[in-house]
Design a protein around this ligand. Structure first.
Ligand code: AMP
Ligand code: ZN
Length: 469
């Protein structure tokens, strides 16, 4: 089977062929660490975590090199540090730690490499120098600007035409720019802001050059896959391509963009209750708040419930449905607890779905089919069938990064041991009352469970329970 990925640059799904199957390289733009991450920021790391899990399964765990950077030099970081009166390192360390904790709560595996801008200033200065030497950038008044007119394919990724862009430009153009769309590679720092030495004066890099220089240094060009949110297509990724290609003097070569990244992937945007998240509306949902109130797995499931290129609306019914779906799968695994079955190969329909440009809704449908097989096998006492379905379910779940908890722990999350024992005893009494057709007693027990904040879910082969949120 072959993995197909939708390539933003070619605007089509393409069969994935790494440059070197023994070293598959992937880079995803990571967080700018000046504040807590919101739920939209979690979509790229979760989606690309699934891709990385799939690539590791296909090419081997050690054959995949995944880099997700940390942007620790940025105007917003400077502003926050100035406001708090602390060095930028204090701000960035605080929010990077929070980001990593949130990622762990969502079961996102750490990337192989997490390059920081502050550790790669030499590479950044070197790449800027190479772009100037190739005739694609110029220094002016302490700034270095990329000369967009030097790269004929500028606009190919975002589908913009440079002439139209110039005609439509209404922005106030800095006097040192040759062309309104020339963008900053290096700029002077303002007084009191952190700065680094460079041949063009003390200053700091622009955002786009940070990524292209770190990519070249930590992964080497070209990389196989470059990912991020759809908002990064222009200007961030368009500019990355221009820099990466022109640093090597390939601006006029056919398919010069191949010299930078071979496949471009972008996730769609997340809205909250059908609105764009914004501080002014007051609907910004921070990850670290969300994971206080629900298992990280519910958040992860909700993020994977829609295809990654589609928009995703975050709302209560999405969360309720995600919780219910996980309850159903954990319920089946809990009932099949006595049947030994290690994680095995996922079924063919799961692989077909996930290899079709990460069709997670299709992959999730395959998990449900397997849980139904488990339930049928348990009812029929067919433990061989249960073992097979359970092993396939666990194998498939490993690629999605879900169902990693013990079913008992999933359902009793938040309950201490004495409460657990009490609930189990009540459930046993309730089972007996029902067997005796003593409905009044069964109802009375249910009321007691409700008073304990316990939700009972009757399934085809028995009851499971969990704590109410
Ligand atoms: P930032 O820290 O703003 O650079 O964003 C980090 C990542 O989150 C980028 O890949 C963005 O494209 C992505 N992102 C930001 N907001 C959203 C959103 N509402 N939905 C999906 N992805 C988003
Ligand atoms: Zn980037």
């Amino acid at each position: 089977m072959t993995l197909f990925l939708y390539d933003t640059l070619r605007r089509e799904k393409r069969g994935f062929e790494p440059r070197d199957p023994k070293r598959v390289t992937l880079y995803v733009c990571g967080p700018t660490v000046y504040d807590f991450a919101h739920i939209g920021n979690a979509r790229p790391p979760v989606v690309f975590d699934v891709l990385v899990r799939l690539l590791r399964r296909t090419y081997g765990a050690d054959a995949v090199v995944y880099a997700r950077n940390v942007t620790d030099v940025d105007d917003k970081i400077n502003a926050k540090a100035a406001k708090e009166g602390v060095p930028i390192g204090e701000v960035t360390a605080r929010y990077e730690a929070a980001y990593l904790a949130d990622m762990a709560a969502l079961n996102v595996s750490p990337p192989d490499i997490a390059p920081h801008v502050t550790d790669h200033m030499d590479a950044i200065v070197k790449q800027i120098g190479a772009i100037i030497a190739a005739g694609s950038a110029y220094a002016a008044e302490g700034h270095v600007l990329f000369d967009v007119s030097s790269y004929p394919s500028y606009g190919a990724l975002s589908g913009r035409n440079l002439d139209d862009m110039i005609a439509g430009a209404r922005v106030e153009v800095a006097p040192y720019k040759k062309n309104p769309h020339d963008f900053v590679l290096w700029k002077p720092s303002k007084a009191g802001e952190p700065s680094w030495p460079s041949p063009w004066g003390e200053g700091r890099p622009g955002w786009h050059i940070e990524c292209s220089a770190m990519i070249e240094q930590v992964l080497g060009l070209p990389i196989d896959i470059h990912g991020g949110g759809i908002d990064l297509v222009f200007p961030h990724h368009e500019n990355e391509i221009a820099q990466g290609v022109c640093a090597h003097g390939h601006a006029h070569a056919d398919a010069a963009h191949e010299e930078y990244a071979r496949y471009w992937m972008h996730n769609g945007f997340l809205t909250v209750d059908a609105e764009k998240m914004s501080k002014s509306i007051g609907n910004v949902l921070l990850l670290h708040d969300l994971v206080q109130h629900m298992p990280g797995e519910v958040v992860r499931w909700a993020l994977l419930s829609a295809h990654y290129r589609q928009p995703l609306d975050w709302n209560q019914s999405l969360l309720d449905q995600s919780r219910k779906n996980l309850d159903r799968l954990y319920g089946a695994l809990g009932r099949a607890k006595g049947v030994e079955a290690p994680a095995g190969d996922p079924p063919a329909d799961f692989i077909a779905a996930i290899e079709d440009d990460l069709n997670t809704p299709g992959a999730i449908a395959s998990l449900f089919a397997l849980s139904s097989e488990i339930e049928r096998g348990m009812t029929a006492g067919d433990h061989a069938a249960v073992a097979q379905a359970k092993s396939a379910l666990l194998g498939a779940a490993n690629i999605l990064g879900v169902l990693q908890s013990d079913p008992d722990a999933w359902f009793s999350g938040g309950a201490d041991d004495s409460l657990k024992a009490e609930v189990e005893a009540l459930l046993a009494e309730r089972l007996q009352a029902r067997a005796d057709k003593n409905w009044a007693e069964a109802d009375r027990i249910r009321d007691r469970l409700t008073a304990l904040n316990v939700v009972v879910m009757d399934g085809p082969t028995g009851a499971t329970w969990r704590m109410k949120e």
